[in-house]
Design a protein around this ligand. Structure first.
Ligand code: UDP
Length: 333
């Protein structure tokens, strides 16, 4: 009798039904990795991943996690599940610490119990806050200006402690502004409520909103609006695959920035959206949004040098084109 072959080890993706997670799931599946997605669907969408890979469940449910790890052979965890709205985090900090920090502790505890020691963490440029030196390098002082950023920084610190204590190998990817959509037009950004700039501007272009409200035009930037570094979600997905492959045992606890190194103001983004859509987009000036740093632009030199990451879609217009294709599809969903 031939022995049955051992089960294929899976990559566990938490929050895989969300915007960035779903693009990473697709990239993993395209190269033949076996994926299990855990999502509580409180903000994620079941349509964002193939039905057969999705397990509905909550990271706060520790017995659910034990059951999950004992019923699947998991070789690495990619952790996306979290709340992500800067403004909301200022007004509801405990919601952020509970979900983003306590939820992650529960997940790490289950991993420790199951002996899973590779962890890729979805972190953020918000760990830096306002910096005197731009572009921002990973060694820059970490001083997040809002509870969202602090919740992510706390997790990064917890990961280092787990690395020391039980050999957990981790990569934290500090995303600047994820944008765009899969060029197939099949998946993209769909937050409810939507708070991110590019989808809001495009929804206004499509006539689904009356005007874009600019959150403050009195910043110390060339046109007074906040400057951000927009990075195509598929370039982010590529970086996850490289980071995952770089964890071979003993590579410690690393952090990498992910951005294009180019800063665009809110006004620049609105101009790009007008160019791409060919529509005139009404704009109004509003107050500053709590917790917003004036400028966030990445140096991604470390991941370029160490993991040979090369972004494929660096032009803002290309990012907006893909987002626009998706926005029109989403309107019909
Ligand atoms: N923003 C804006 N109007 C909006 C939404 C966003 O002016 O309706 C600004 C926001 O204050 C920030 C920038 O656009 O300066 C990017 O915001 P987003 O929420 O997309 O990403 P974040 O920088 O918070 O990660």
């Amino acid at each position: 009798m031939p022995h049955p072959s051992p089960p294929t080890p899976h990559i566990l993706v938490t929050g895989g039904c969300g915007y960035i997670g779903s693009h990473v799931v697709r990239a993993l599946q395209e190269r033949g990795d076996s994926v299990v997605v855990v999502d509580n669907l409180c903000t994620g969408h079941p349509w964002a991943v193939p039905e057969k890979v999705l397990v509905k469940g909550d990271l706060a449910d520790r017995s659910f996690l034990s059951q999950l790890f004992s019923s699947h052979s998991i070789k690495a965890v990619l952790h996306f599940a979290s709340f992500i709205q800067v403004g909301e985090s200022v007004h509801a900090p405990l919601k952020y610490y509970d979900n983003n920090v306590a939820g992650t502790i529960s997940l790490l505890d289950a991993m420790s119990e199951a002996g899973v020691k590779k962890f890729l963490f979805s972190s953020t440029a918000a760990v830096y806050g306002t910096q005197a030196t731009v572009p921002i390098v990973e060694e820059a002082p970490l001083r997040p200006g809002n509870p969202y950023g602090r919740s992510k920084l706390m997790v990064e610190e917890i990961l280092r402690d787990c690395g020391q204590a039980w050999g957990l190998e981790t990569v934290a990817l500090r995303y600047f502004n994820a944008a765009g959509a899969h060029p197939s037009g099949e998946i993209g950004e769909a937050h409810d409520p939507e708070t991110h700039l590019i989808p809001l501007v495009l929804q206004t272009a499509a006539g689904r909103r009356d005007a874009v409200i600019i959150n403050g035009e009195d910043y110390d930037t060339p046109d007074g609006t906040c400057v951000r570094d927009y990075i195509h979600v598929c370039d982010l997905a590529d970086a996850h695959l490289l980071a995952l492959d770089s964890m071979k045992g003993g590579s410690g606890n690393r952090a990498y920035n992910l951005g294009n190194g180019a800063g665009y103001s809110v006004r620049d983004v609105i101009d790009a959206c007008q160019r791409v859509t060919g529509k005139s987009i009404p704009v109004k000036t509003g107050p500053r949004r709590a917790g917003d740093p004036s400028v966030l632009v990445a140096s991604s030199e470390r991941i370029t040098m160490e993991l040979a990451w090369r972004p494929r879609f660096t032009s803002l217009d290309k990012i907006v084109e893909d987002a626009w294709r998706w926005e029109r599809k989403l309107a019909g969903k």
